[in-house]
Design a protein around this ligand. Sequence first.
Ligand SMILES: [Zn+2]
Length: 360
Amino acid sequence: MNGSQASVYCTLSSGFTINANISFNQNIAPGDWIRPDDKAYILSKPGSTAPRASKLAFNTEMHFDYGVASEVAPNVRRIVANNPGPFTFKGTNTYLVGRGEVAVIDPGPDDKAHLDAIAQALQGERISHILITHTHRDHTAAVAALKDYSNAPVLAFGHTGKPRGARTTSPSGKDFVDLGFTPDTQLRDGDTIEGPGWALDAIHTPGHAPDHLCFALQGRRSVFSGDHVMGWSTTVVAPPEGNMADYLASLERMLGRRDKLFFPGHGGRIEMPQRVVRAYLMHRKMRESAIYACVKNGDRFIPKIVAKIYRNLDPRLEPAAALSVFAQLELLVDRGLVRCEELPAAIHSAFSIPADAPLP
Ligand SMILES: [Zn+2]
């Protein structure tokens, strides 16, 4: 199979359909409906007034026992923390990279059983680095305790200067974001962290969080993808913490790589990750089309749009869904396709199609 090709078929609400093959690094126009390889998308019926975002083929299979370090690849162990939830799936994955001198990626929640499991797995070994993909509490709350235990330095992107969420309960709020976190060493895109037998390259991938890093394991075509790419679900992009333009650019960045495996912050390992990334990019394009169609049909406020495009939504995820729609609308406003009656746009703002809008 030619990995650089995706078959495209475009079905608009008018019923208009296009079939074509494109290469995945080609720009995809809003309104295109894409079916990458065998990832199934369910298209809206021709003639429906609002194309619905389709289902992605998520991988929700994951074999693990809480508290047990299991080897998910040579020199890579994973311990799943027991903090399952609508945003964390089975729990946060903590990865141990190397043997003897070990990097711990994402210590996880502040849970004694989880910390004990890390210590138990590393008996007779030394933690040389504590690496953080992003400063959300489900990844960082155990940092202080693990640092006390190991004396290892904490490395992360650190503060970006971008304002972060203040509301407590939203996915961009301070219940989620560890606002007080400061690393011992700030990492930047392209920095390399090394130990005996392993080396990790930091890849700055803002979008889910402004400070998000993925870590590529040198020589193994494998990436620790944090919450940037997860196989079990799409990623929450919740302003102001999350930014859709950044997120899409960060996804496209992963497309340009030739990795074989991703190890996400939640969920099982992702094989053929570029295909998943491509599917996620296309999913966002479809969401954008669906949201644009809602605004065009006169749905000016976010709750109405959420009700139309998310079916059977877990009520716990409603704030996240509203923020995701807002993130997409921010991008449409930036591109001049949608108008907001107040600027900067806010989640309670009214949205419409400007008279002089360029064609989407
Ligand atoms: Zn997370």
